[in-house]
Design a protein around this ligand. Structure first.
Ligand SMILES: [Zn+2]
Length: 95
């Protein structure tokens, strides 16, 4: 489990410990960035149409004010950009 404590210069701290980190490829990150995406740190739901640096927005799924924009999540270490995996995703089969 990755534990990170973020301390701001003005003395505030942010709760970034003991929580999941999203591992995204650069392509996934850019897609979320273009869609104004983010995640809820409480229930891990995806959020859209929020500012990239949004913080503590209300989650439509769980109601917690734990929705963060994708850029901010990267800033606080909750998103990490990883390299592309060598294998292609299996193509979706439409029925
Ligand atoms: Zn939520």
């Amino acid at each position: 489990m990755i534990v990170k404590k973020l301390k701001f210069l003005d003395g505030r701290t942010d709760e970034v410990s003991m929580r999941p980190v999203w591992f995204l490829t650069e392509r996934e990150y850019n897609a979320l960035r273009n869609d104004d995406g983010g995640f809820c740190l409480a229930c891990e739901a995806e959020a859209y149409e929020i500012e990239p640096d949004a913080r503590r927005l209300k989650c439509e799924s769980c109601g917690e004010r734990r929705v963060y924009g994708i850029e901010w999540m990267l800033t606080i270490g909750r998103v990490e950009i990883v390299g592309e995996v060598g294998t292609e995703e299996p193509a979706e089969v439409s029925t």
